[in-house]
Design a protein around this ligand. Structure first.
Ligand code: NAD
Ligand code: UD1
Length: 337
């Protein structure tokens, strides 16, 4: 069993991944500055897993603090979730996004290198496929464009990690390209807890379901898709978490750099998700058709072959389970964590 440093481990995907890592018997050290999460998430991880773990409140921009973590612990690998992720905000605050995500990653790499820890799993995104590639997205497709600074941080960090490996073949790097993670832990104790008005579809639907928002605005019903609304590859956050377990095992046993999609390979439309959620919560949810959202594309789904070949991983849950678990979480935690 290994000791894993989890940056951003108090966040949505990080917290669910911590549960998986602890369940598999790994030791974890969570490093987070709570800029987009709450200490309560750590309590929930402990409650679900029945295990304790180290937590360091710190910023990935703080090289001294990172060095201290590596000085005090023998870390086998890092899962790097920490980053800012709101697409619209990144357009307004590009400098803050590039600094936090890119400089922060460079600091982390420096601390890792100084302590001879050269295994990292990075949270990338399907956003790196940009707007010109045809679906389904395959890892070999070109990824050098984006529509916003957030997306460019992912493109650039992938490039940086590639270059780190080119310079030093001792590194072991997996770039996980997530599709659309939704849902929650089965216990209803952990889930997504966004600040303010949700930008993303699923947390918005959750808030409509508990009466915190009046209706869902559906951004466009004139796309070239079966019902006219945008199609995405929604993946249960626990499937995603499990994919990290596989990626950690992989970096512990191999050298090199691999980009890997984590998606189901299936697409669902906005209305498919809304209706599945209605089924889960047992009530009709109001919605209104609105204009398209700038930067959106009609289709986005993964070719999920590589994850299966490389890790033996595939998604187990479908949209109904994602909605049932997402409903349980919001019903039990209408005001978040
Ligand atoms: P999140 O905001 O819930 O989690 C990110 C965590 O990182 C938060 O706990 C935040 O406090 C922490 N953090 C941010 N900047 C930090 C810093 N400078 N120092 C220390 N901690 C810092 O987001 P999430 O949805 O769990 O996403 C995790 C990662 O996955 C992010 O890198 C995100 O870009 C990526 N990703 C997310 C999605 C998605 O749909 N949620 C899709 C693709 C990729
Ligand atoms: C968005 C980001 C993507 C990021 C991902 C995870 C954009 C353009 N893309 O993906 O870079 O990696 O989040 O953070 O922001 N929708 C509605 N009403 C809503 C919200 C969304 O109809 O209130 C629709 C969207 O038009 C889209 C689908 O729901 O068709 C999914 O949207 P969302 O959850 O925001 O994810 P993405 O846009 O796929």
């Amino acid at each position: 069993m290994a000791t894993i440093l989890v940056t951003g481990g108090a966040g949505f995907i990080g917290s669910h991944t911590c549960v998986e890592l602890l369940g598999a018997g790994h030791e974890i050290i969570v490093y987070d500055n709570f800029s987009n999460s709450k200490p309560e998430a750590l309590e929930r991880i402990k409650k679900i897993s029945g295990k304790d773990f180290r937590f360091v409140e710190g910023d990935i921009l703080d090289l001294d603090a990172l060095d201290k973590v590596f000085d005090e612990n023998k870390i086998d690998a890092v899962i790097h979730f920490a980053g800012l992720k709101a697409v619209g905000e990144s357009v307004q605050k590009p400098v803050e996004y590039y600094h936090n995500n890119i400089t922060g990653t460079l600091m982390l790499i420096k601390a890792m290198r100084a302590h001879d820890c050269k295994r990292i799993v990075f949270s990338s995104s399907a956003t790196v496929y940009g707007v010109d590639n045809p679906v389904p997205y395959v890892e070999t497709m070109p990824t050098h464009t984006s529509t916003n600074p957030y997306g460019y941080t992912k493109v650039m960090i992938e490039q940086i990690l590639q270059d780190v490996y080119t310079a030093d073949k001792d590194w072991s790097i997996v770039l996980l390209r997530y599709f659309n993670p939704i849902g929650a832990h089965k216990s209803g104790l952990l889930g997504e807890d966004p600040n303010g008005i949700p930008n993303n579809l699923f947390p918005y639907i959750q808030q409509v379901a508990v009466g915190k928002r009046e209706f869902l605005g559906v951004f466009g019903n004139d796309y070239d898709t079966p019902d006219g609304t945008g199609v995405r590859d929604y993946i249960h956050v626990m499937d995603l978490a499990n994919g990290h377990l596989c990626a950690v095992d992989y970096v512990l046993a191999h050298k090199g750099v691999e980009a890997v999609n984590l998606g189901t390979g299936k697409g669902s439309s906005v209305l498919d998700v809304l209706h599945a959620f209605e089924k889960a919560c047992g009530k009709e949810l109001p919605y209104k058709i609105m204009p398209r959202r700038a930067g959106d594309i009609a289709w986005c789904y993964a070719d999920a072959t590589k994850a299966k070949e490389l890790f033996g991983w595939e998604a187990r849950y479908g949209i109904d389970e994602m909605c049932e678990d997402g409903w349980r979480f919001i019903e039990q935690n209408p005001n978040g964590l």
